[in-house]
Design a protein around this ligand. Structure first.
Ligand SMILES: *Cc1c(COP(=O)(O)O)cnc(C)c1O
Length: 356
């Protein structure tokens, strides 16, 4: 077959990124904001989108949207942003820009799977240093790996997905310093709206620090919009590998609109944080470990993850079974925080799952 002959061997041996079927389920599997856009804003947005010039290409500089992002998300003065079709695309673009022959992409394990995909697709070496059992950074091993592999790029999900924890600023800065003259450190802050923590304040002082964010978890996952900021010596080069029209006009218009109503989204975020803390308390049982989280999801360890997961599924509650992802995640489940009603339904089904 021709396809088998001409497609890259490493691509042929991959399986496609799979997303669970979720129709008819209480959907607590993908870190989405559970609240829809309020009705009055829906109407207003409909009007705006109807008038977008869909016959025209986007303005490739995305000037207006970038200015709004810089203000709403407090990008330090003098720094530019680059936009991506979700931060997923930005991860791939960074790998593309840095994939010199024999270059290495480093991260921790377990973490966000897209980093490894990006390394594979751009044919970079991939190194993942295991976290410690409590999901904290293994600093001696990290520093050793930096010296040994000289990675061009180190991705840190901050807080980490799927574990939910933050790392101390001082540890990250130590890694950034160790990476000086070796590579960049990307602080992937997809969950920043829930963590209220960022490495942004350190950006001006560290030339090899990159801050990456997304509006997905804030309530705009469907629009696919991510942004990153870095020193111009890097940002100008990254811009060269960005497809010129990667953010479409409907996303651009929707994001412009959402940013003028950003308080609505921040309000929802606050509600989710309150629910998260409530869920953390209510999840506690003798036979369940609830891990600390700064994100909009909670990781738990149960005696039998497969059993709890499928019992929940029978009750039409969908979460993520991450047990098979990494040995450190043995019997772990990741639950995205939903609305109070969804969380109640989840908790009932969760407790029922432990009954014989
Ligand atoms: C969800 C997530 C992203 C992807 O965000 P998109 O902007 O929706 O592509 C990036 N990084 C981490 C760690 C995530 O969990």
């Amino acid at each position: 077959m021709l396809s088998q002959k001409i497609i890259r061997e490493d691509v042929l041996s991959l399986s496609a990124y799979s997303v669970q079927e979720s129709k008819g389920f209480i959907k607590l599997d993908a870190m989405e904001n559970p609240y829809p856009l309020p009705e009055n804003l829906q109407k207003e947005l409909g009007q705006i989108l109807g008038q977008v010039a869909i016959n025209r290409y986007p303005v490739p500089s995305y000037e207006t949207l970038k200015e709004k992002i810089k203000v709403a998300f407090r990008i330090p003065l003098g720094f530019e942003v680059m936009l991506g079709n979700g931060s997923d695309e930005l991860i791939f673009l960074l790998a593309t820009a840095l994939a010199k022959k024999d270059a290495t992409l480093m991260t921790v394990a377990p973490t966000f799977v897209i980093y490894e995909m990006a390394a594979k697709f751009s044919k970079m070496n991939f190194v993942a240093v295991p976290l410690k059992e409590d999901f904290s950074l293994d600093m001696p091993k990290m520093l050793e790996a930096i010296q040994k592999h000289k990675p061009s790029i180190l991705f840190l999900s901050y807080p980490n997905n799927p574990t939910g924890n933050l790392y101390p600023d001082a540890s990250i800065l130590e890694l950034v310093s160790a990476m000086k003259d070796i590579g960049i450190v990307v602080s992937d802050e997809a969950y920043q709206p829930f963590a209220h923590k960022t490495m942004m304040e350190y950006l001006p002082s560290y030339e090899n620090l990159v801050i990456m964010r997304t509006v997905s978890k804030l309530g705009l996952a469907g629009t696919r919009l991510g942004y990153l900021t870095a020193h111009s010596a890097f940002l100008n080069e990254f811009e060269k590998v960005r497809p010129p029209y990667n953010v479409n006009v409907l996303t651009e218009a929707t994001a412009n609109f959402a940013l003028t109503h950003i308080d609505t989204f921040f309000g929802q975020t606050e509600q989710i944080c309150k629910e998260r803390d409530r869920l953390k308390t209510l999840l506690k049982r003798k036979d369940v470990t609830v891990f600390d989280t700064a994100a909009n999801f909670v990781l738990v360890r149960v005696p039998n993850a497969d059993k709890v997961f499928s019992r929940l599924k029978e009750k039409k509650v969908l979460i993520k079974n991450v047990s098979a992802m990494h040995p450190l995640l043995n019997n772990c489940l990741r639950i995205t925080v939903g609305t109070p009603k969804e969380n109640e339904a989840f908790l009932t089904a969760f407790n029922d799952a432990f009954k014989e």
